[in-house]
Design a protein around this ligand. Structure first.
Ligand SMILES: Cc1cc2nc3c(=O)[nH]c(=O)nc-3n(C[C@H](O)[C@H](O)[C@H](O)COP(=O)(O)OP(=O)(O)OC[C@H]3O[C@@H](n4cnc5c(N)ncnc54)[C@H](O)[C@@H]3O)c2cc1C
Length: 357
């Protein structure tokens, strides 16, 4: 079998950018796109307004198609499958070569590829609430990224679900846009750091609603089955707030809903069992992400949540010749442009590695 220079796993902004750089360097990379979601997360969104170079914005699928075409122009070959495992093998295949100098990549069809370097750019999947209405209103009020979508909810009431640092960061950020932000958390204590909770408590626009779960998401015309029609106003609840003040947060004005967009959430107190409805134009789900790195097994070091660990600001993993970029590494920024930037770094790191062999 021919041992290739480099195989890239994943076809989001990180993977395509790595492919563009490696292709222009004459290394003819092979890019395994993933079987289900070629183009990555942006294929599931509509308008992208913060990727530089598009003053009027660009549709997510169009942006990813342009990246794919650019990678193809410089000689990238695409394989539309999933990678199921990566092994570090002996370079000679006879037990005499250096262990790990060749990376053996197995696809879900059973086909096997080999390369001297591998770039892992498999992204992450956001965790979902799993409640009625979540799928129906995804992109129409249900969002998993405040940085991406907060701007669309200027002057409207917003709900954030979650209790960790990310949820608090998102909630605080969203107070710049929303008329009010209600952070809903299922327990009475938060996983978030004390300083974040203090900041949230000090913010007049932000209400913390504890011991509460969202049980359904309702919308305008396209009300999901099994969920009753939207209520115009908030039903008062007798909730155990753990000493937190609701302030005026629950007396939100009804959102001027677009047809088929989110208008309210159903909520239930986990202690008393009381139920109610809270008007909102948006639900930001911030209950965590799962990096798509299980297929790597233990060939590279990962953190407890499965994010691949890299050296400093570079993209080198614990396995020489294996590099990682984008949302499968980055639990902080999670943006298309930051993933693309890291894809560039991975390509340059891989080039240097190949030159050193
Ligand atoms: C709804 C939504 C809207 C967003 N809007 C914006 C926005 O407006 N602006 C912005 O900057 N960011 C936005 N983001 C965030 C942005 O999409 C991500 O930060 C970015 O896509 C991450 O790029 P990535 O290359 O790391 O991974 P991804 O885009 O997640 O791509 C990962 C790729 O890896 C593939 N893959 C996974 N496992 C395997 C495997 N085993 N074998 C082969 N392939 C595999 C997947 O199929 C996918 O193609 C949004 C995200 C979402 C979900």
């Amino acid at each position: 079998m021919t041992v290739q220079h480099v195989i890239i796993i994943g076809s989001g902004p990180a993977g395509y950018t790595a492919a563009i750089y490696l292709g222009r360097a004459g290394l003819r990379p092979t890019l395994v796109t993933g079987a289900l979601a070629p183009g990555g997360q942006l294929v599931n969104t509509t308008e992208v307004e913060n990727f530089p170079g598009f003053p009027e914005g660009i549709l997510g699928p169009d942006l990813m198609e342009a990246m794919r075409a650019q990678a193809e122009r410089f000689g990238t070959e695409f394989i539309h499958e999933d990678v199921v495992s990566v092994e570090l093998v002996d370079g000679n295949g006879d037990g005499a070569g250096a262990a790990g100098t060749v990376k053996r990549v197995t696809l879900d069809s059973g086909d096997v590829l080999e390369a001297h370097a591998v770039i892992v750019a498999t992204g992450s999947q956001y965790r979902k609430l799993g409640v009625p209405g979540e799928e129906e209103y995804a992109g129409r009020g249900v969002s998993y990224c405040a940085t991406c979508d907060g701007f669309f909810f200027k002057g409207k009431p917003i709900v954030v679900v979650g209790g960790g640092d990310s949820a608090f960061e998102e909630a605080l950020y969203l107070t710049r846009f929303g008329s009010s932000v209600t952070l809903i958390h299922r327990r009475d204590a938060f996983r978030a750091s004390a300083i974040m909770v203090e900041r949230a408590r000090a913010n007049e626009k932000l209400t913390l609603l504890t011991n509460t779960v969202v049980t359904g998401i309702r919308g305008g015309e396209a009300a999901p089955s099994g969920v009753a029609a939207a209520q115009p106003t908030v039903k008062p609840l007798s909730l155990n707030l753990g000493g937190l003040s609701l302030g005026g947060g629950l007396n939100l004005p009804a959102a001027p809903a677009r047809a088929g967009s989110v208008t309210s959430v159903d909520i239930r107190n986990t202690v008393t069992g009381d139920t109610g409805t809270l008007d909102t134009a948006a639900v930001f789900v911030a209950i965590g992400h799962t990096p798509a790195t299980a297929f790597l097994g233990d060939i590279v070091a990962k953190d407890d949540d499965g994010y691949v660990l890299v050296e400093g600001a570079g993209t080198r993993t614990s396995a020489p010749g294996v590099f990682a970029a984008g949302d499968c590494v980055d639990r902080t920024y999670r943006q298309a442009i930051s993933a693309a930037g890291m894809g560039c770094r991975a390509a340059l790191d891989a080039q240097h590695y190949l030159e050193s062999l």
